[in-house]
Design a protein around this ligand. Structure first.
Ligand code: ADP
Length: 622
C-alpha cells in the first residue's frame, strides 16, 4: 500500500475556536484532560452499545477502557481508548470542523465568556480542540470499529492538519499530546490523577493511569441512597452536567412497578438560558442496565424539563433499541410520564417543606414550569400546584401558590381571579381591581406576558375556575363583602343612563363592540372588558406584538366599554351631550382611549394627542 498523506485546512470557525483556545483560555487549562477523557468515554459507550446489538465487531476481545501514559522527560501525554475509533473520513470531518449548531453564535459567546468569567467555559464544552490549550502538537491515531485500516491525524493547531495511513493499529483512538513548555506539569502522574479525581471519577470505564486504575466505575445511581454522601452526589452532578456549580436540588429514586426505574435528577443553580446562551440541550441521559442508550435524551423527559441534569436507567428497555425508535416507543412514553410526574410531585413536596427555598427555584426556573403549563396538557394538574404569582394579599415581590389563594377564599366565592399588568403599582392603580379592593376579594397579579396564557391553559385549580378580571361577564355579586354592593352612590337616573349609553354606542360604533353599565367600577369612569372569555387584553397584546414582528399590522378585536354611572365625569358627560355634542364626542373618545391604555392595549398616539390638546384648550378657555 502506498502511503498517502493529505493536508487539510481547518474550517474557518475551527480556526477561530483554536485561536481562542490557544490565546485566551489558559487559566482553566485542566479541563482539556476532562474533555479528552469524555470523548474517550463517548466512544466507549458507543462501542458498548454496538457490541451488544451487533455480532461482527472488529477487535471484539479488546476490553473497553481508557489508558493514560506519561513521559515526563519528553513532555508527552498519551491518552488511548478502545472505543469505536474513526475512519479517515471521520478524522477529517470530526477533527476539522465544529459540529455545534449555530457555531458562529457559539464562538461569539465563547470569546466573551473567555474574557469575563472562565467558570463559564465549562458550560461550552470546547471538546477535542481544548487539547491545544496545553499542546504544541497533537497526534491522533485511530482505527474504526468497522475494521478499515488506521490513520494518523497531526496538527500544530495553526491552520491546517495532515492525515496519513497508519496500518497495524488496534481498534480505538490514541491521542498523543506534545506539551508546551509551560504545560509540562501535565506529564506528571499526581497532576493528572488529581484532575481525574476532580472531573472524571464517574466515567463508567476504567481509567488506567500508568497502570493504576484511578476511578470508581460503579454507576452511582444504582447504589443505595444512604450509602452515597452529599459530596459524591455533587461530584456526580458536576460530571454528568458538565457543570462547575453545585446542584440546587436532587431527586434520587427507584421504582419497581409499573416499571423498573433508577433515576437521579439534579436541578442546577443557574438557568443558563436566562443569561442569553440560547436554548439549552436536554441534560438527562437514558441508560438501560447501565449502558448509555441516549445521551442528552430528548425523549425521556418533556422539552420543558430540559434544565434538569442527570440519569434515568430502566431495565425494561430493550438494549438494542435504536435512537430513532425511542421517539415513539410506548415504553419510553410511559417512562417519561412516570418520571415527569414523580419529579413534579417532588417539587411540590420541596415547596411544602420550605416555601422560601422553592421560591428561589421558582424565580430561576419558573419560566420552564410556565412553558410546561402552556404546552403540555398531560401534566396540568401537577403544574397548577407549582405556579406562583403575586396577589393583592401577598407581600410586594413575594409570590403565592394557588392553593394559598383558595385557602383564603371567602364564602360564596367560587372562582379564582387574576389580572395582568406591567407592575404591582400599575395594577393597583388601575380600574380592574377597584371592586376587588372594595369587597375584600383577593386577586392574583400576573406580571409577565406569558402568565395569562399559563392561567388560561390551566383553566382551573382545585375545581375553581381561573377567571381574568377583564372578562365582560365577570360577576362578583356572590363573592366578598356583600354590604359593599349595597352602599348607596348617586348614579345617573335610569332615563339619562339609557340615553347616554345609546349615544355612546353610536358615537363609539367604530371602536367598541358594546357599551354597558359597570357593576364593578368604584372610582374610574370606564374600563375595557373582553367579550371573548378565552382572551385577555394581555394575551391580545402579546399576539399583536408577534404579528407586528412578522410585519402584519395587528387589529384589536372589538372590546366592550363598561362605564361607571356614578362617576362625576360620566354624569357631566350626559349633560354635555345635550349642550355641545361635538365636544362630548371628543370626551367620549378620550375616555375610550384612556381605558384602552389602562388595559395595556394599543391606541393611535397621534390622534390621541391631537384630541387631548383640543380638550385641554377648552379646559383652559382658549
Ligand atoms: P463533541 O465531542 O462535542 O462532539 P469534539 O470536538 O470533542 O466535539 O469531538 C468531535 C467529534 O470527534 C466527536 O463528536 C467524535 O465523533 C469525534 N471524536 C473525538 N474524540 C474521539 C475519540 N476518542 N474516539 C472517537 N471519536 C472521537
Amino acid at each position: 500500500m502506498t502511503d498517502q498523506t493529505s493536508t487539510h485546512e481547518f474550517q474557518a470557525e475551527t480556526k477561530k475556536l483554536l485561536d481562542i483556545v490557544i490565546n485566551s483560555l489558559y487559566t482553566e487549562r485542566d479541563i482539556f484532560v476532562r474533555e479528552l477523557i469524555s470523548n474517550c468515554a463517548d466512544a466507549l459507550e458507543k462501542m458498548r452499545h454496538e457490541s451488544l446489538t451487533k455480532d461482527d465487531v472488529f477487535d471484539s476481545h479488546v476490553p473497553l477502557e481508557i489508558t493514560i501514559d506519561l513521559d515526563e522527560k519528553e513532555h508527552i501525554m498519551t491518552i488511548t481508548d478502545t472505543g469505536i475509533g474513526m475512519t479517515r473520513a471521520e478524522l477529517e470531518e470530526n477533527l476539522g470542523t465544529i459540529a455545534h449548531s449555530g457555531s458562529g453564535n457559539f464562538l461569539a459567546e465563547l470569546a466573551e465568556a473567555a474574557q469575563k468569567d472562565v467558570n463559564l467555559i465549562g458550560q461550552f464544552g470546547v471538546g477535542f480542540y481544548a487539547a491545544f490549550m496545553a499542546a504544541d502538537k497533537v497526534t491522533v491515531q485511530s482505527r474504526s470499529w468497522d475494521g478499515s485500516e488506521g490513520n494518523e491525524w497531526v496538527s500544530e493547531g495553526a491552520g491546517s492538519f495532515t492525515i496519513s495511513d497508519r496500518p497495524g493499529l488496534h481498534r480505538g483512538t490514541k491521542i498523543i499530546i506534545n506539551l508546551k513548555d509551560d504545560a509540562e506539569e501535565y506529564a506528571q502522574k499526581f497532576k493528572i490523577e488529581s484532575i481525574i479525581k476532580q472531573y472524571s471519577t464517574f466515567v463508567p470505564f476504567p481509567i488506567k493511569l500508568e497502570g493504576d486504575t484511578v476511578n470508581t466505575v460503579q454507576a452511582i445511581w444504582t447504589r443505595s441512597k444512604n450509602e452515597i454522601t452529599d459530596e459524591e452526589y455533587t461530584e456526580f452532578y458536576k460530571f454528568v452536567g458538565n457543570a462547575m456549580d453545585e446542584p440546587e436540588m436532587r431527586l434520587h429514586f427507584t421504582a419497581d412497578a409499573p416499571l423498573m426505574i433508577n433515576a437521579l435528577l439534579f436541578v442546577p443553580k443557574e438557568n443558563f438560558e436566562s443569561f442569553g446562551f440560547g436554548r439549552m440541550d436536554p441534560g438527562v441521559n437514558l441508560y438501560c442496565q447501565r449502558v448509555l442508550i441516549d445521551q442528552h435524551s430528548e425523549n425521556i423527559l418533556p422539552e420543558w424539563l430540559r434544565f434538569l441534569k442527570g440519569v434515568v436507567d430502566s431495565e425494561d428497555l430493550p438494549l438494542n433499541i435504536s435512537r430513532q425508535s425511542l421517539q415513539d416507543n410506548a415504553l419510553v412514553l410511559k417512562l417519561r410520564k412516570v418520571i415527569t410526574k414523580r419529579f413534579l410531585k417532588f417539587l411540590n413536596e420541596e415547596a411544602k417543606k420550605d416555601e422560601d427555598k422553592y421560591l428561589d427555584f421558582w424565580n430561576t426556573f419558573g419560566i420552564f414550569i410556565k412553558e410546561g403549563a402552556t404546552s403540555d396538557f398531560e401534566f396540568q394538574k401537577e403544574l397548577a400546584k407549582l405556579v406562583r404569582f403575586e396577589s393583592s394579599s401577598s407581600e410586594d415581590g413575594k409570590a403565592i401558590s394557588l392553593a394559598a389563594y383558595v385557602e383564603r377564599m371567602g364564602e360564596g366565592q367560587e372562582e379564582i381571579y387574576y389580572i395582568n399588568g406591567p407592575s404591582r403599582a400599575a395594577i393597583e392603580a388601575g380600574p380592574y381591581v377597584e371592586m376587588f379592593k372594595k369587597k375584600g376579594i383577593e386577586i392574583v397579579y400576573t406580571m409577565e406576558p406569558i402568565d395569562d396564557f399559563v392561567l388560561n391553559h390551566l383553566g382551573e385549580f382545585d375545581g375553581k375556575k381561573l377567571v381574568s378580571a377583564d372578562r365582560a361577564d365577570l360577576d362578583l355579586s356572590k363573592s366578598g363583602d356583600e354590604e359593599a354592593d349595597g352602599e348607596s352612590v348617586e348614579k345617573l337616573s335610569d332615563d339619562a343612563s339609557d340615553d347616554l349609553i345609546g349615544w355612546l354606542k353610536k358615537t363609539l360604533e367604530a371602536h367598541a363592540a358594546d357599551v354597558i353599565e359597570s357593576k364593578r367600577l368604584v372610582d374610574s369612569p370606564a374600563m375595557i372588558v373582553n367579550p371573548d372569555g378565552h382572551m385577555t387584553s394581555s394575551m391580545e397584546r402579546v399576539m399583536a406584538a408577534s404579528r407586528m414582528e412578522k410585519g402584519i399590522i395587528p387589529e384589536n378585536s372589538k372590546k366592550n366599554l363598561e362605564i361607571n354611572l356614578a362617576s362625576p365625569l360620566i354624569k357631566q358627560l350626559a349633560d354635555l351631550v345635550k349642550t355641545d355634542e361635538s365636544f362630548a364626542a371628543d370626551v367620549a373618545m378620550q375616555i375610550y382611549d384612556n381605558a384602552m391604555v389602562q388595559a395595556g392595549l394599543v391606541v393611535d398616539p397621534m390622534v390621541m394627542v391631537e384630541r387631548n390638546y383640543k380638550i385641554l384648550n377648552k379646559a383652559v378657555g382658549v
